[in-house]
Design a protein around this ligand. Structure first.
Ligand code: CTP
Length: 226
């Protein structure tokens, strides 16, 4: 029996953090993602023996040692960077909280206040995860789902709809998941699911990487993966 690490020799690509969608030179739309989970996943994949690239939105975090980091701002920037690395990726884990919408037009000048209200037209951002999973030869693809209710049902629907290998679902709400140190996940794939109970994001990421490695290897053994 080989005592190799679970992800030895594999290339893992992780997205993390929020994206920032500019409105004008001083304002943007973003969200409360801290990047904690994505960075923990990158570190856990590294510890499991993988070569890791981390594509991060704007967060104030140091890069885990030995991880190659690419900083991006907007969803479109993140998508460009991801698609650049995907051909050299075995496992893609999308932990970023990508903004679903961006301003249709970014004002080149600071918008001055006028009147009582202001409308900004928003347009949909590309779905990076679905784009990767829809490639002709996609890597093993893992998504996250943040749900406030019907957590497993909604996540399973996303697994099917986005054509993913695995999805990690978490319950979100006030003081749950976002910017917290602890989290719990339900990991879901086509033939099963596993609950990873409340624990630090660091140990949760290690458990998640364990599940990813097991399913990746079992699909490979069945010939469903190169
Ligand atoms: N994702 C992405 N690109 C987007 C939106 C999301 O790659 N433009 C990825 C996230 O990184 C995460 C998963 O997709 O892995 C989340 O899926 P999504 O359908 O956006 O889930 P929710 O944010 O929970 O969306 P909804 O509000 O539609 O339930």
């Amino acid at each position: 029996m080989s005592r190799a690490e679970p992800l030895e020799g594999l290339r893992v690509l992780v997205t993390a953090g929020p994206t920032r969608e500019a409105i004008d030179p001083v304002r943007y739309i973003s969200n409360r993602s801290s990047g904690k989970m994505g960075f923990a996943v990158a570190r856990a994949a590294r510890d499991a023996g993988a070569r890791v690239t981390l594509i991060s939105g704007p967060v104030n975090r140091s890069t885990p040692k030995g991880v190659w980091r690419v900083n991006v701002d907007s969803a479109e920037d993140m998508q460009k960077a991801v698609l650049q690395y995907v051909p050299d990726t075995d496992i893609f884990i999308a932990a970023a909280a990508v903004a679903d919408y961006r301003a249709k037009e970014v004002s080149p000048r600071k918008i001055k206040k006028a009147g009582d209200g202001l409308s900004i037209e928003l347009v949909r951002n590309p779905d990076i995860l679905a784009t990767v999973a829809g490639q002709p030869e996609p890597p093993f693809t893992v998504g996250f789902a943040a749900e406030t209710e019907n957590v497993t049902d909604n996540a399973r629907a996303k697994l099917v709809h986005k054509n993913l290998d695995m999805i990690a679902a978490n319950q979100v709400g006030h003081n749950q998941a976002f910017d917290q140190d602890d989290n719990a996940l339900t990991v879901i794939w086509d033939e099963g699911e596993q609950t990873l109970p409340l624990q630090s994001k660091r140990s949760l990421a290690m458990a998640l990487i364990g599940s990813v490695a097991r399913l990746y290897r079992s699909k490979r053994a069945k010939g469903e993966r190169a």
